[in-house]
Design a protein around this ligand. Structure first.
Ligand code: HAM
Length: 422
C-alpha cells in the first residue's frame, strides 16, 4: 500500500517540538492575563458570508484563498482564514456591547486556513495568536495593542523587530483619497501589472502594496492617504505615535502600508523582522471601527492584531534563541529482577500520584539498558529495586547527575525523592 502524505502547507508538531509551542502559548496566555485580555474560542468554520462581508469581497483571502464548501440547505461554510471576523460575529451575537466591562478585551490561539502557495513561513494551516479590544476609540488602546505584541516577542528573546505604522483613515477619508488615487493610477494604468490594473477599479489602495518593482516605481509619487486624513483621524494617529514614544517602542510611519483585509480604519501596523525566509511580517493588525456595525451590531470601534506561532518559532530559530523548555523527568524506576516489577509499578503510581514525572521500563530491558533509558529521558533520579532491596523492604535512590546513591525504606521513597527535588 502506498503511504499517505500530509497535505501541502500543513505540518505535524511532534513531541520534542510541541514543548516549544506550549511554552510560547503559555507566554501568550500569561501576557493576556497581565493586560486583562480573556480567551474566546470560536468555531473553526463559519458561514462563508461572514468573511465575504467582514474581510472583504475584493481581498486575496476571499477571492482566492478560502476553503469553502456548499452544504445542502445550509449555504456556504468556510474554514476560518483569520480570527477577527469570528470574534466580532460572536461579540454581536452575544450582545457584548451591553456588558458592563468595556472595552471587551479578548484573545485567541488557534488554527487558521488559507490556500496560499506554501513557502518558508507560509502555510495553508497556520496558528494565530490574536487579541481584540472592542468598544474604545482611545488611541492608548492602539498603542497597547502594539505593546502586547512587542512585549510578547521581547520576553521570548526575539531581537531586531521593527514596527511599521500607518493610518488608512476613516471610510470618508479613504473615499476622498480614492478619487485622487484612481486618477493618478489611471495615468499609468497600461504600465502596471495585470493584478494592479484590476485592483484600480476594485481596491485601488492595494496597488500600493504590490510587490512588483515596476509597479512600486510607478506609484512612488501616488497620493498618500496621510494627506487625506480628517482632523480627527490625524489627531488620533498623532496620539498613537505619542503613546508609542512614551512606551519607548520605536516605529516608522509607512504611508504605503496597506493590510490585506478590508476592515481596517485609521491605525494599521505590521511588525517585521529582518528577513525570516521569504516572508518577513511576523504580526499584523489595526483598527476596525466599522466592522461591528457591518456584521449587524451597534456602531462599536475595535482594534487588534494577529501573529503566527509558526513564524515566531522560525524567527527564534533563525536568531538562535533557545526557549527554556524542560523535558527532563523527575524519576525513572529501575527494576532489577522480575519479582520487583509489581512493587516497582506500585511505587511508580505513587510517584505520579504525588505529582512527579515518572517512568519505568515496559520492554523487559536489562538494568543497564534501563539506566540508559533513564539517561535518555534526562531523569534526575532513579529508584532502583533489586532482590536485596525487595528482601529488606528498601529502594536505592540514585542521583543521575552525580551518581550519588542512598538506600531508603520503600515506604519513604516518595517523600525522600520529593525532598531531594526541592
Ligand atoms: P493578517 O495580516 O492576515 O491579519 O495575518 C496576521 C498574521 O498571521 C501575519 O502577520 C502572519 O504572521 C500570520 N499569517 C498570515 N497568513 C499566514 C500563512 N499563510 N502562514 C503563516 N502565517 C500567516 C489578520 O489575520 C487579522 N485578523 C489581524 C487582526 C486582528 N487585525 C485586527 N485584529
Amino acid at each position: 500500500m502506498s503511504k499517505i502524505q500530509i497535505p501541502r502547507g500543513t505540518q505535524d508538531v511532534m513531541p520534542g517540538t510541541v514543548e516549544l509551542w506550549q511554552y510560547v502559548e503559555q507566554k501568550a496566555r500569561d501576557l493576556c492575563r497581565r493586560y486583562n485580555y480573556h480567551e474566546i474560542r470560536t468555531p473553526i468554520f463559519e458561514h462563508t458570508e461572514l468573511f465575504q462581508r467582514g474581510v472583504g469581497e475584493t481581498t486575496d483571502i476571499v477571492e482566492k484563498e478560502m476553503y469553502s464548501v456548499e452544504w445542502r440547505g445550509e449555504g456556504g461554510l468556510t474554514l476560518r482564514p483569520e480570527g477577527t471576523a469570528g470574534v466580532v460575529r460572536s461579540y454581536v451575537e452575544k450582545k457584548l456591547y451591553g456588558a458592563p466591562n468595556q472595552p471587551t478585551k479578548m484573545y485567541y490561539i488557534g488554527p487558521m486556513f488559507r490556500h496560499e502557495r506554501p513557502q518558508a513561513g507560509r502555510f495553508r494551516q497556520f496558528t494565530q495568536f490574536g487579541i481584540e479590544a472592542i468598544g474604545a476609540v482611545d488611541p492608548a488602546i492602539d498603542a497597547e495593542t502594539i505593546a502586547v505584541a512587542i512585549r510578547f516577542y521581547q520576553e521570548l528573546g526575539l531581537k531586531g523587530l521593527s514596527v511599521e505604522l500607518n493610518s488608512v483613515g476613516t471610510l470618508e477619508d479613504r473615499a476622498r483619497h480614492r478619487v485622487e488615487l484612481v486618477a493618478f493610477l489611471n495615468n499609468v494604468r497600461g504600465e502596471l501589472c495585470e493584478d494592479c490594473q484590476s485592483r484600480i477599479d476594485r481596491n485601488p489602495l492595494r496597488v500600493l502594496d504590490c510587490k512588483n518593482a515596476k509597479c512600486r516605481a510607478l506609484t512612488k509619487d501616488a497620493p498618500s492617504i496621510l494627506d487625506y486624513l480628517s482632523e480627527e483621524s490625524a489627531a488620533h494617529f498623532a496620539a498613537v505615535q505619542s503613546y508609542l514614544t512614551d512606551l519607548e517602542i520605536p516605529f516608522t510611519v509607512n504611508p504605503r502600508l496597506v493590510r490585506g483585509l478590508d476592515y481596517y480604519t485609521q491605525t494599521a501596523f505590521e511588525i517585521k523582522m529582518a528577513e525570516i525566509g521569504a516572508v518577513e511580517t511576523l504580526c499584523g493588525g489595526g483598527r476596525y471601527n466599522g466592522l461591528v456595525a457591518e456584521l449587524g451590531g451597534e456602531d462599536m470601534p475595535g482594534i487588534g492584531f494577529a501573529l503566527s506561532i509558526e513564524r515566531l518559532l522560525l524567527a527564534l530559530e533563525k536568531q538562535g534563541v533557545e526557549l527554556p523548555v524542560d523535558t527532563a523527568i523527575d524519576c525513572y524506576v529501575v527494576v532489577q529482577t522480575p519479582e520487583a516489577k509489581r512493587p516497582a509499578f506500585r511505587l511508580l503510581d505513587q510517584l505520579r500520584g504525588a505529582g512527579l514525572t515518572a517512568e519505568m521500563d515496559y520492554l523487559e530491558r536489562k538494568m543497564k539498558a534501563q539506566l540508559k533509558a533513564a539517561d535518555r529521558l534526562q531523569a534526575r533520579y532513579t529508584l532502583i529495586i533489586g532482590e536485596a532491596e525487595l528482601q529488606a523492604g528498601t529502594v536505592v535512590l540514585k542521583e543521575m547527575g552525580t551518581g550519588e546513591q542512598q538506600t531508603v525504606s520503600a515506604g519513604e521513597a516518595v517523600a525522600a525523592l520529593i525532598s531531594k527535588l526541592k
